[in-house]
Design a protein around this ligand. Structure first.
Ligand code: SAH
Ligand code: SF4
Length: 342
């Protein structure tokens, strides 16, 4: 099922209409999206009605919207019942959309709510691109105060492992770059270390940003947190990250979810700093957000400070990421709606 028609095939929705209408529809779908066909003012009313009959512009239904001051979480429902969760975050100079690439995730990371609830299905390119189009339509009507009224950045940090759904992820990115006019640099693909996908991504034409979720540098410990480490061990992941950096000249981000007693030791900080130096990467540390099926907790404030301090002292560039959206269950790792709400 496709929820935002491929830009090249929009004409099929407009049978019998002159071809310039296809361009008009492309503008409404991708460039200046609107929430309702009523707003597609340059299209004749019968054409608008026909599109509305086909559930245009968004075949997905908005089921729930939860907002705090500068963060909005949406739950969309697909006609087959699959839920899609998307989070919009306003900052001073950017508006970032956190998109889902799958319903659930098969990677099974122990500390992640999406992983805890397992895998349902891939999202298709239309379902991924529609999240961005919807956010742009929403922002045009209700901008977040002090933030750009358009999505400036997309991060694939919602539900799913984007590189395990490679074809649809890339097609969605193509639409964002070629049709929505986004800059590839402002799109970040986040992976837990799906090495074949990292290698393919290095061959794509766009200078996309790449985030690699490491969480541990000690192989046995990493395998406990990230089962995929048994298939693609950390050394392979780091090599693939280095290759990406060399191919694109784009600095990689290394993501590290800090968990009390698991990966918050000095030994881990020193190991992480060494890798970051070797591949000229930036380190993003985020304290664990609590999840329903795990008793893991975030380290206390002093431990977090010490970990960050060791990283800096060892020569790593590091940022402590905020836990934006926690109060509305929209923070990293908290997206999980799956079977329990179907
Ligand atoms: N599957 C991809 C992208 C989605 S997860 C990946 O793993 O990179 C997006 C980010 O959220 C990852 O960096 C992941 O490590 C982080 N994350 C997952 N669960 C978390 C939690 N409970 N608290 C904080 N961050 C979490
Ligand atoms: Fe999947 Fe990423 Fe969660 Fe791991 S952290 S289970 S790869 S979504």
């Amino acid at each position: 099922m496709v929820y935002l028609t491929e830009p090249e095939r929009l004409g099929e929705l407009l049978e019998g209409e002159p071809s310039f209408r296809t361009n008009q529809l492309r503008e409404w779908a991708y460039v200046h999206p609107v929430l309702s066909t009523d707003a597609m003012t340059n299209l004749p009313t019968d054409v608008r009605a026909k599109l509305a009959d086909q559930h245009w512009p968004f075949v997905v239904e908005l089921e729930q919207s939860t907002a705090s001051r500068d963060t909005v979480k949406w739950l969309f429902r697909c006609p087959d019942g699959a839920p899609i969760e998307t989070v919009l975050m306003g900052y001073k100079n950017r508006t970032t959309l956190c998109v889902s690439s799958q319903v659930g995730c098969a990677m099974g990371c122990t500390f992640c709510a999406t992983g805890q609830f397992g895998f349902d299905r891939h999202l298709d390119a239309g379902e991924i691109a529609a999240q961005v189009a919807y956010a742009n339509a929403y922002l045009a009507a209700s901008p977040i105060e002090h933030s750009p009224d358009r999505v400036t950045n997309v991060v694939f940090m919602g539900m799913g492992e984007p590189l395990a759904n490679y074809r649809h992820t890339i097609e969605a990115i193509r639409r964002m770059v070629e049709t929505m006019g986004m800059s590839a640099r402002s799109i970040t693909v986040s992976t837990v270390g799906f090495v074949p996908g990292m290698k393919k991504l290095a061959e794509e034409p766009w200078p996309l940003s790449l985030a690699v979720s490491l969480h541990s540098t000690i192989p046995a410990e990493r395998s406990l947190l990230v089962p995929l480490n048994d298939r693609y061990p950390i050394d392979m992941v780091v090599d693939a990250a280095r290759e990406y950096y060399e191919a694109k000249g784009r600095r990689i981000s290394l993501e590290w979810t800090l968990i009390a007693g698991e990966n918050d030791s000095d030994e881990e900080a020193v190991g992480l700093a060494r890798i970051a130096r070797q591949i000229h990467a930036h380190v993003n540390v985020i304290a664990l957000n609590p999840t329903p099926l795990s008793t893991d907790t975030a380290p206390d404030h002093d431990t977090i400070r010490r970990f960050i301090g060791t990283l800096s002292r060892e020569g790593a560039n590091v940022t402590l990421r905020d836990t934006r959206g926690q109060e509305i269950d929209a923070a990293c790792g908290q997206l999980r709606l799956r079977a329990e709400s179907m």
